[in-house]
Write a protein that binds this ligand. Structure first.
Ligand SMILES: [Fe+2]
Ligand SMILES: [Fe+2]
Length: 169
C-alpha cells in the first residue's frame, strides 16, 4: 500500500508565521481606522488580510484536519486525543469568528465606511487570541509529535529497503 504523502510540517509552520504577520496587519488596520479612517492604506490592508484568511487560512486548517490530526488520533494516546479535540474545536471557533469578521474586512477593502470601529476592534482581539493559543498548542505539542512519527516512518522505510536489498543480493 502506498503511504499517503503528508504536507511537510515545515510548510505548515511557515504558514503559522504568515498568520502571525497577518494578525499584526489586522492590528495595524484597527489602529489605522481609529486615526485615518477608511483611507487607501486601510483598504489595501483589509483586502490583503481578507484574501489571506479566506484562502490560505482555511486551506491550512483543512490540511491539518485531513492529514495531521487523523494520524495522531490513530495512536490511541489520551493526552494527544484531548489536544487534537481541542484543536478541532478551535478550528470551529476560528471559522465562526471569521464568518463575522470576513464581511467587515471585505466592506473595508471596498472603501465602505459603515463598519463600526469598536465592534471590529473586539472581533479582532478575539480572533487574534484564538489564533495565538491555537498555534502555541500546535507548535508545542502536536507538530513535534507529528514530526517524530514522520521520522519514525522514514526510518522504518529505510530499514525495510536495506533488508530487501540484502535479500536480493
Ligand atoms: Fe490548526
Ligand atoms: Fe495550524
Amino acid at each position: 500500500m502506498r503511504r499517503e504523502v503528508l504536507p511537510p510540517i515545515e510548510r505548515l509552520q511557515g504558514t503559522h508565521q504568515r498568520m502571525m504577520t497577518t494578525l499584526q496587519d489586522l492590528e495595524a488596520l484597527a489602529r489605522r481606522l481609529e486615526t485615518g479612517g477608511v483611507d487607501e492604506t486601510a483598504q489595501t490592508l483589509a483586502g490583503g488580510i481578507h484574501r489571506f484568511f479566506e484562502e490560505v487560512g482555511r486551506t491550512h486548517h483543512d490540511e491539518e484536519e485531513r492529514h495531521i490530526f487523523p494520524a495522531l488520533l490513530a495512536s490511541a494516546d489520551p493526552v494527544l486525543e484531548e489536544q487534537v479535540a481541542q484543536l478541532r474545536q478551535d478550528h470551529g471557533w476560528i471559522e465562526q469568528n471569521w464568518r463575522e469578521l470576513s464581511p467587515l474586512l471585505d466592506a473595508l477593502s471596498q472603501g465602505h465606511t459603515w463598519v463600526e470601529a469598536d465592534l471590529l476592534r473586539t472581533m479582532i482581539e478575539v480572533f487574534t487570541q484564538l489564533h495565538h493559543a491555537h498555534i502555541a498548542l500546535e507548535e508545542s505539542m502536536v507538530y513535534p509529535e507529528a514530526r517524530r512519527r514522520e521520522a519514525e516512518a522514514r526510518t522504518q522505510t529505510a530499514q525495510r529497503r536495506a533488508h530487501w536489498t540484502k535479500e536480493a543480493a
